[in-house]
Design a protein around this ligand. Structure first.
Ligand code: COA
Length: 252
């Protein structure tokens, strides 16, 4: 599985604008609707990085992919009108975007990025964490609890993004043990936690990334975490398209 992240600190709209050339009409329309530049920058960068990553492992050019939302909004990648043989999940946060992708169709794959030092208030912690997780946090030295809470948060997000059901699936139906990250399911909740693989990284010193994949009974894949930068991404997307060249008719 390929997990790629792109730091955005210090990048403005002008630096990101060339990436728009590789997005399709739906994505460009969504990008235009953001009120704040930082959200637009994150969106454009995340979608361009996703296209480059799908192209790298799926063979088709970056602009060939289409994204179609599933029942709870989780997008799947299509080539033309056909579902592709790849699965992916992207995430944006302050200062970084990223994507996890694997050459397995319809995989339960979730990826999340969050600021590592954001912290979680006690009230919020009680509403999103299970008693087991609250006990683990309480046992940490006080100075480490904020970071510990973000470790749990990103793992929980990776799981609910992997199932695609979001918070609707109930945050009290599962919890995580650390370290290493292991999923646990509340009694009576269907599923086999041992089928799941989770991994987590501190990226660039201030962003936490977590990835989760249901591997079933197969061997867990190798996890290839790769950092990327904007010049490299632009080269990868191809000088012409990502340097601002206009798209031809029918390119959408
Ligand atoms: C999408 C969701 C699952 C995660 O949102 P988020 O962490 O704010 O945002 P991220 O940047 O990590 O992910 C957004 C991307 O996930 C994808 N996505 C959208 N719906 C999704 C879903 N149901 N499942 C998985 N991925 C989804 C999209 O690609 C989206 O980016 P895009 O709109 O640019 O295409 C959100 O709807 C949600 O439920 N958030 C829960 C927040 C919360 O209370 N978490 C508590 C955890 S302890």
């Amino acid at each position: 599985m390929l997990i790629r992240t792109l730091p955005l600190r210090g990048l403005g709209e002008a630096e990101i604008a060339p990436l728009l050339a590789v997005l399709d009409g739906t994505e460009r329309a969504r990008a235009e609707r953001f009120a704040f530049a930082r959200n637009r920058i994150q969106f454009v960068a995340a979608h361009a990085l996703t296209r480059a990553t799908l192209a790298a492992i799926g063979g088709a050019p970056p602009a060939a992919w289409r994204f179609v939302p599933g029942p709870h909004g989780k997008p799947a990648a299509l080539l033309g009108d056909r579902p592709s043989a790849l699965s992916f999940n992207l995430s944006h946060t302050e200062g970084m975007v990223g994507v996890a992708a694997i050459a397995v169709p319809e995989a339960m794959l979730g990826f999340d990025l969050e600021p590592a030092r954001r912290g979680v208030s006690e009230r919020l912690a009680r509403s999103v964490f299970r008693p087991e997780e609250l006990a683990w946090l309480a046992a940490l030295p006080p100075a480490e609890r904020g970071f510990g809470a973000m470790r749990l948060w990103t793992l929980k997000e990776a799981f609910i993004k992997a199932t695609g059901r979001g918070v609707g699936q109930g945050l009290s139906t599962f919890w995580f043990e650390l370290p290493p990250p292991r999923l646990r399911l509340a009694p009576g909740v269907p599923g086999r936690p041992e089928e799941w693989l989770f991994d987590q990284r501190l990226l660039g010193g201030d962003v936490l990334g977590a990835v989760g994949l249901r591997c079933g009974d197969g061997a867990p894949p190798r996890l290839d975490w790769q950092g990327c930068d904007l010049p490299a991404l632009r080269r990868e997307l191809g000088g012409e398209r990502a340097s601002g060249a206009r798209r031809g008719p029918g390119a959408d």
